[in-house]
Design a protein around this ligand. Structure first.
Ligand code: FUC
Length: 819
């Protein structure tokens, strides 16, 4: 199958992408050949003199992943589509296709599963934590194995996220030679398409997962009438039994997980135009000689996020309603609603790095990537940036009941790597770093619901293990409120996780300035977590500061008192609580937290080789290249260290980061993009992006740890935003870390804290035009090299060095231009 560069896909009977485009009034680019949509029509950075560089209306170009062979491997080649709750992986095989699919709540383990205890100690252990604190006070460092023996315990019935099954499609043209093969994923429309010619007939299949329609949709067509024939069936994983029936073109699979009794149901409806459709006794459906067919898949479980049972209503009615509602709509309408819905989020941000997408399949584009700033390299970088946004939309929508997990919503295993769970010592947080800055703030709903759902089980753990109010979550958690511990010494203890999660709530407020969200959602959680820490901090006998003990820098080193990350997370929490309580007029609690903040060890020390210490003791080894760089939390995602406010600590952070090196797992490299951007070193940030693309990215552009882990995709997108725009401090910093490889470009629709939407055009490595659209009235400090020379800004403002300050009016757009 080497027929590269199929120049044009046939206009097939109502199947394809062209319908998507026309049905929603998009330019007909989806019907163009791969590579056609280069940047010929989208070169805003080079706009004519006197013309605004920010007002181009060219379509997003080069945002299609495409290949000239079917996928063989799920992990590295198949293409993901999803609506936050349902996910599917498209292989595009021509003989027997197996579309693997997921429903986000299908988890083994938890209540109903033998021995589940939420990770809480099965026997009371009075004084256990105090004993460890005592040991630490005496010896300063205690090996993780010793602490695990005292505080850990074997884990039972934690469970794993499950594959729901496969929709198999068997085609009679099985043995026919195939020519002109192409499979693609268009990020603009969230549509995966497969097309090929067999026995002189051009076939096309289109796949999408509709969020408004709550179904997976597969449309099959051909360029001649009566040529659509296949048998559709649902194959379940080997660990599952279910009843399967086929009645009137509706396949129903229903059962309960043997492990925990969680009920599940999937329904497939097969609709056809022309030809015949037959239900088979084995629960499959055969279509012969149709002009077209539409396959709709809905799935659900009786999962609920409510402690302690985690069970809700049987999925049968909802799943039936979902497929039936979708079946009642014409395909074009279903498709148009999907594309409109996806575009309403995806289309908000455009990134032009002066790229040119060459006419080669994406695996070749990746293989030839050098990171040297060629137009093709920049095309891959822009695609990878947008892919992170695409994947978040696909795995985290407002109505989804769980947030994006380690694999988003995609998983083919019954025992997934790390259970495809919610690791909260970096990974879940990284999944959402991009959400607000990349203008996808409305994908945060499932994360915030998840945090809320952790409060009840986490309160039990806080009380039982620590005797504290508030709630606690440790190193990782599942769909069933696992907030306690296990006994893997280097990864079982991380009671700071809830405080880190609370940062996301407050940061969402900082982006939106949504007071009601702050009062009703964010602050109640922040206050509860702060209450836990007010109780839990102890006085360090060595210097009288308040410290966390036992404290453990994630997955690294010994236990001690006051490891830097522990201190920095509590510092960040208390700082945010003081700000929020001030805004909400909660002065008593504010004062209590402010007093503790004053006594808190801030976790920022410069050590003997100029490094930022990872621990309170100066124990860092300059030869250590561990993947976690936890002690730089204060630099990112925190805001305790920054070049503008703490230059010495910033230099120390840089020393530490250099020592850790440019390697690491996929997510580690992604974090380093963010770090280097915060250090205002665009070239090093870009180097990390290129390292990630060269050594930690699979051919379907999924990040690999290895194995596949989606946090690196999300972290990289966040890192690119940090290179172009930062607003963690008091100012909105334009192009803070622009690399030499991106001399010309334009980005529109990024978000800055303060309810601001920002567009930037630059050339010769410097901003030429900036537009800030304000959601509310606020004082804005804008920082850009542009203010160092002549500029135009027709509003009242004060200028100081490279900053201007002005007051916004809601809805107004403020444009600064060079010259
Ligand atoms: C953290 C990391 C591992 C892995 C796991 C899922 O614990 O240290 O590398 O990413 O999460």
């Amino acid at each position: 199958m080497t027929n590269r560069g199929v120049s044009r896909r046939a206009m097939l009977a109502g199947t394809g992408a062209a319908v998507a485009a026309s049905a929603v009034g998009l330019p007909g680019r989806a019907d163009a050949a791969p590579g056609d949509a280069g940047l010929a029509d989208a070169t805003p950075a080079g706009s004519a003199p006197g013309e605004s560089a920010l007002t181009g209306t060219a379509p997003d170009a080069g945002l299609t992943l495409w290949y000239d062979e079917p996928a063989e491997d799920w992990e590295s080649q198949a293409l993901p589509i999803g609506n936050g709750t349902l996910g599917a992986m498209v292989f595009g095989r021509t003989g027997t296709e197996a579309i693997q699919f997921n429903e986000k709540t299908l988890w083994t383990g938890g209540p109903g599963s033998e021995g589940y205890d939420f990770g809480n100690w099965r026997e009371p252990r009075p004084g256990a934590i105090a004993r460890v604190q005592q040991e630490i006070n005496e010896r300063e460092r205690v090996a993780p194995e010793e602490v695990a023996a005292e505080l850990g315990q074997a884990r039972f019935a934690y469970g794993s996220y499950q594959s729901f099954g496969e929709l198999t499609l068997t085609f009679p043209e099985l043995d026919a030679a195939v020519t002109g093969y192409r499979r693609s994923l268009d990020l603009n429309t969230a549509l995966a398409t497969v097309s090929y010619t067999a026995d002189g007939v051009r076939h096309e299949r289109s796949h999408f997962v509709s969020n408004p329609g709550r179904v997976i949709v597969v449309r099959l067509g051909a360029d001649r009438a009566g040529q659509v024939s296949f048998t559709a069936a649902v194959a379940l994983p080997a660990n599952r039994t279910a009843t399967t029936t086929a009645v009137n073109g509706r396949i129903t699979v229903a059962g309960a997980l043997t492990d925990n009794g969680l009920r599940f149901e999937g329904q497939v409806r097969v609709l056809t135009g022309g030809g015949s459709r037959v239900d088979n006794p084995d629960g499959s459906v055969t279509v012969s000689g149709a002009d077209w067919a539409t396959i709709l898949v809905a799935a659900g479980t009786n999962y609920s996020d409510k402690y302690p049972t985690y069970r809700g209503t049987d999925p049968h009615r909802r799943v039936t309603a979902d497929v039936d509602r979708a079946a009642a709509q014409p395909y074009a309408k279903l498709l148009a609603a999907h594309v409109r819905d996806h575009r309403s989020l995806f289309g908000r941000v455009r990134l032009d790095l002066g790229q040119h997408m060459p006419n080669v399949p994406t695996d070749e584009l990746l293989a030839s990537y050098q990171g040297a700033g060629s137009p093709a390299d920049r095309a891959l970088e822009a695609l990878f940036f947008q892919y992170g946004r695409y994947l978040l939309i696909g795995s985290s929508r407002d109505n989804a009941r769980l947030p994006a997990n380690l694999q988003g919503v995609w998983n083919k295993y019954d025992a997934a790597p790390w259970s495809a769970d919610y690791h909260v010592n970096i990974n879940l947080q990284m999944n959402y770093w991009l959400a607000d800055p990349a203008n996808l703030g409305d994908t945060t709903g499932p994360l915030f619901d998840f945090i809320d759902a952790l409060r009840a089980p986490g309160a039990v753990t806080a009380k039982q293990m620590f005797g504290n109010p508030g709630f606690v979550v440790h190193n990782e958690t599942n769909a069933y409120g696992f907030t306690g511990v296990h006994d893997w010494p280097t990864a079982f203890w991380f009671p700071e996780a809830a405080a880190w999660l609370a940062q996301h709530l407050y940061d969402h407020y900082r982006f939106t300035l949504d007071r009601r969200f702050l009062r009703d959602r964010a602050y109640p959680v922040m206050r509860e977590v702060a209450r836990f820490w007010l109780e839990e901090l102890i006085v360090d006998p060595r210097d009288g500061t308040l410290v966390v003990s036992p404290s453990y820098s994630p997955e690294h080193g010994d236990f001690s008192a006051g490891a830097s990350m522990s201190q920095q997370i509590v510092f960040d929490l208390f700082t945010n609580v003081v700000e929020a309580a001030t805004l909400l007029g909660e002065s008593r609690f504010r004062n209590e937290v402010a007093a503790a903040l004053n006594r808190l060890d801030p976790g920022t020390r410069i050590g003997s080789w100029g490094q930022l210490q990872e621990w309170k003791g100066d124990w860092d080894d300059p030869a250590d290249d561990h993947r976690h760089v936890s002690h730089l939390y204060a630099l990112h995602p925190g805001r305790q260290i920054s070049p503008a406010t703490t230059p010495e600590l910033t230099r120390a952070a840089e020393v530490s980061l250099r020592a850790r090196g440019d390697g690491g797992t996929g997510w580690s490299k992604a974090w380093k993009i963010n770090f280097w951007a915060r250090l205002l070193d665009g070239d090093h940030a870009h180097l990390m992006l290129s390292e990630q693309l060269k050594t930690s990215t699979l051919t379907n552009l999924w990040d690999t740890h290895p194995p596949f882990q989606i946090d690196g995709n999300f972290g990289a997108t966040s890192g690119v935003v940090e290179m172009l725009l930062q607003s963690h401090g008091d100012e909105v910093h334009i192009l803070p870390a622009l690399p030499a490889s991106w001399p010309e470009g334009k980005v529109t629709g990024l978000r800055a804290r303060g309810d601001l939407t920002v567009d930037i055009a630059w050339s010769a490595g410097a901003a030429r035009e900036i537009a800030v659209t304000a959601g509310q009235s606020a004082r804005v400090i804008l920082r850009s090299s542009l203010f160092g020379s002549a500029f135009r800004f027709p509003h009242r403002s004060e200028r100081e060095g490279d900053r201007i300050t002005f007051t916004t009016r809601p809805g107004e757009r403020y444009v600064v231009t060079a010259g």
